[in-house]
Design a protein around this ligand. Structure first.
Ligand code: AMP
Length: 379
């Protein structure tokens, strides 16, 4: 596979914050960046060389877009399969469309993981009330019922705790496919962001500790304080998954760590991940630069974490009382601000993040959270 060198154009399907941070890393290394999505003035488009605005099902436009770049990657994992296939007629798509296909539907993803022996919580496909009741009697309660397709950040899922919840969920089934999952009484949620090159070389940033609020990632801390054996196992599982899927690029594995110290894979994201944003400030090579290196067939960079770090997400809610107090937050030592260029601050919408570096992860988390609190303090 040829190397794609600085000066070349790289294409991104999707135009959100992940594409933006990828584009910033790529431009820093002298690449040109083209982005494709149905929107205009997007987080990625604002920093790209070329912003193409067209629907994902305009396959002629997709082919034209791919013909103008040396490699196509994506930041939006729900890119439809025919779009990835059309792009692949004109340029290599990395990771390949098949990786997208497996990971963009929960049931396919879980089936893939279970079939290859990766640890997951018990699950069943459910479409009818009878299947739901059967799943419930096999796997027990509590449980989580999730839509099989296109759910993220807890959208399209409900917790079932009692027989009455099961009856209510059965009555609400709508003919679509769902996944019934045994509830995991986890101690915490952790992730491993890993990269794999075409020659099989791989790298990861170690285990990242994640705290969610309302199903949305709130705070990430690295390195996570987990026993060395758990850290090794998490990294091994992540690399095993990338290898088995044939990923060329970056993929995040989200895990539950149970109270007995067992790792269960919750979800895969075949791209850089919110929990890896702290690598921009904390690591020698960020997850976005690594994505670029992997898809361009360049050597992977060092993933050493230079300093304990924490990342706090900034949701649209921070704007509720008007313009945030940026100066107050930026006065906190060791804090870095990242904003995604989104014009409308809706509640729950990811608008940016703060990273803090400190001597310990506890101190870093304190600084990031303190800076975020100061954003809503009077100016
Ligand atoms: P997901 O969209 O599958 O990542 O789920 C969002 C969040 O819901 C996770 O980060 C967990 O906090 C929680 N969750 C999802 N599935 C389960 C489960 N089987 N057991 C316990 N908590 C879950």
């Amino acid at each position: 596979m040829d190397r794609i060198l600085p000066g070349s154009a790289v294409g991104v399907l999707g135009s959100g914050q992940l594409g933006r941070m990828f584009a910033i890393a790529a431009r820093q290394m002298g690449y040109r960046v083209h982005t494709f999505s149905p929107d205009t003035d997007t987080p990625t488009g604002q920093v790209a060389d070329v912003e193409v605005t067209a629907p994902y099902d305009d396959l002629d436009k997709v082919r034209e877009f791919a013909a103008g770049v040396k490699v196509v990657t994506f930041e939006f994992e729900n890119v439809p399969a025919p779009t990835a296939a059309a792009a692949a007629e004109r340029a290599p798509v990395r990771p390949a469309g098949e990786v997208l296909h497996t990971t963009q539907q929960r049931l396919r993803e879980k089936t893939f993981l279970a079939r290859h022996g990766f640890p997951v919580t018990g699950f069943r496909a459910v479409r009818t009330p009878d299947e739901l009741r059967a799943a419930s009697s096999d796997l027990g309660l509590p449980a989580v019922l999730k839509t099989a397709s296109f759910g993220y950040d807890g959208k399209g899922q409900r917790k079932l705790a009692s027989a009455a919840d099961v009856d209510a969920a059965a009555a609400a089934l709508d003919g679509r496919e769902y996944v019934y999952e045994a509830f995991v009484d986890f101690e915490r949620e952790v992730s491993v962001v890993a990269a794999r090159a075409a020659d099989g070389a791989h790298a990861d940033w170690g285990v990242i500790d994640n705290t969610h609020r309302n199903h949305i990632l709130d705070l990430s801390v690295a390195p996570a304080e987990v026993p060395p054996a758990v850290a090794r196992e998490a990294a091994d599982l992540a690399h095993g998954i990338l290898r088995q899927l044939g990923v060329v690029g970056v993929l995040c594995v989200e895990f539950f760590l149970t109270k007995s110290g067992k790792l269960l894979v919750n979800e895969l994201a075949p791209r850089p991940h919110n929990s890896g944003h702290l690598t921009i400030d904390a690591s020698v090579t960020s997850q976005f630069e690594q994505q670029l290196r992997a898809v361009c067939n360049l050597p992977l960079g060092s993933t050493r974490i230079r300093q304990p770090s924490a990342m706090a997400n900034l949701l649209g809610d921070v704007w509720e009382r008007g313009e945030p107090n940026w100066a107050a937050a930026l006065a906190v030592p060791g804090v870095k601000l990242h904003l995604y260029g989104k014009s409308e601050a809706r509640p729950g919408r990811k608008m940016g993040h703060l990273t803090a570096l400190a001597e310990t992860t506890t101190e870093a988390a304190k600084l990031a959270l303190r800076a975020r609190e100061l954003l809503v303090s009077p100016r």
